[in-house]
Design a protein around this ligand. Structure first.
Ligand code: HEC
Length: 92
């Protein structure tokens, strides 16, 4: 959550542009797990199938990478997301 707070929350909270356009909010565990209007972002236990990880690991086309703009997650921050998903995406 601290990584998402730092890099995503300014746009993905209630009333934020990212949340309004995609339905994805990082405000709570439940909202992260609920995903976007199109479906879940996290597949527990499987980071490589999780769009959340793929987007921040920059394994997707530039146009849909998150966060928008220049700032990116550090290698360490990407690893945190990957490990969290691999360990089951628990509410811990
Ligand atoms: C500067 C604002 C901003 C930041 C920061 C940001 N987003 Fe977004 N996000 C958007 C906007 C706007 C959209 C709507 C679709 C688009 O414009 O691509 C979006 C869409 C999305 C979507 C829906 C998929 C899609 O392509 O439409 C997901 C998932 C997402 N963001 C995840 C994240 C994550 C995870 C982070 C942090 C690592 C993040 N965003 C950071 C603005 C932001």
């Amino acid at each position: 959550m601290p990584v998402l707070d730092l890099h995503c929350k300014e746009c993905h909270k209630a009333g934020g542009t990212g949340t309004e356009k995609s339905g994805f909010s990082v405000e709570t565990y439940d909202s992260v797990m609920a995903g976007t209007t199109l479906g879940p972002m996290v597949v527990a236990g499987d980071p490589l199938s999780s769009n959340l990880y793929r987007m921040v690991a920059r394994e997707v086309d530039k146009s849909i990478r998150m966060p928008h703009g220049e700032s990116t997650l550090s290698i360490e921050e990407r690893a945190v997301i990957k490990t969290w998903i691999a360990e089951g995406a628990l509410n811990n």
